[in-house]
Design a protein around this ligand. Sequence first.
Ligand code: C2E
Ligand code: MG
Ligand code: MG
Ligand code: MG
Length: 292
Amino acid sequence: HEAKEGGTRVVSYAASQDEASTDRLALVAELRSALDVHDQIVLALQPAIDLATGAATGVEALVRWRHPRRGKLNPIDFVRTVEASELLGPFTRYVIDKALASAAEWGLEGVDVPVSVNLSARSLLDPKLPSDVAELLKRHQVPPRRLVLEITETVVMSDLRVIDEVLGELRELGVQLSVDDFGTGYSSLTFLTRIAVDEVKVDRSFVRAMADSPEAAAIVRTTVDLGRQLGLRVVAEGVETHEQRRELTRLGCTAAQGFHFFRPMPADEITAALRSLPEQPTPDKAAESTGV
Ligand code: C2E
Ligand code: MG
Ligand code: MG
Ligand code: MG
């Protein structure tokens, strides 16, 4: 009797595993065709705001899948599956392509603000990534400094040699690098010693806890100081309240992003939103034109 029960359990376990993998296969197949239908996978865009000037310091591209049957999917619903599939390369290029198309558009309107794209850690193992990025920049006529690639360190960053090579080539191209979710287990201090970056993004969890947790507050403060000492922009994620904004401003955090300022918005609204903001005063641009 016991053996049979165990057997049943194994069968149903296997069946549900099977269902899950069928589901994943279906999703991957659907993604393959969605990447050809240009209005199914879209980008929601969210500006980050300079806390001192109110100007936009960047615009983050956040992927959304308007799935014909499943409805609107967020990254949490499908990015893991994409990462585990052979479509990661095409997907990443698709997102960068769309992001640069938008950046080119607001660039034509005279808005000189970079676009940020989230990279899956595994993309950094793709030796073709830098040349793909170079080609896309050229196609959209967007200067490399106007593309920011957001990366997270992960435990699976196994082949450090390849990753450092890819990151090095991206840097040489002149694109900016940002460490996302800074302070979480996935993005730690070690990362900063391996590669020069331009920006760190304080994880939303610390911003949320800042008011009630001295530990979280200390982490935010320390990250702001670290940024100052290394000459990096520090962008706080997930800023939802006036109080958070005021505290981050007081600490000298460079910029903030979150519902308090803007929710992620469709691409056709972003140019107007950016034009409603003050222009960033020039030190950044001066540095850019002298190639510093
Ligand atoms: P992330 O890069 O840390 O992005 C910030 C997330 O916080 C986004 O969730 C954004 O919509 C959300 N957010 C922004 N402001 C607020 C706020 O004030 N409060 C709260 N509660 N949330 C806020 P989203 O769009 O669901 O993206 C989740 C994650 O998925 C991203 O985290 C990023 O790691 C990943 N992701 C997004 N787009 C892509 C992509 O194109 N490729 C890859 N590989 N990953 C992506
Ligand atoms: Mg991000
Ligand atoms: Mg983040
Ligand atoms: Mg993230």
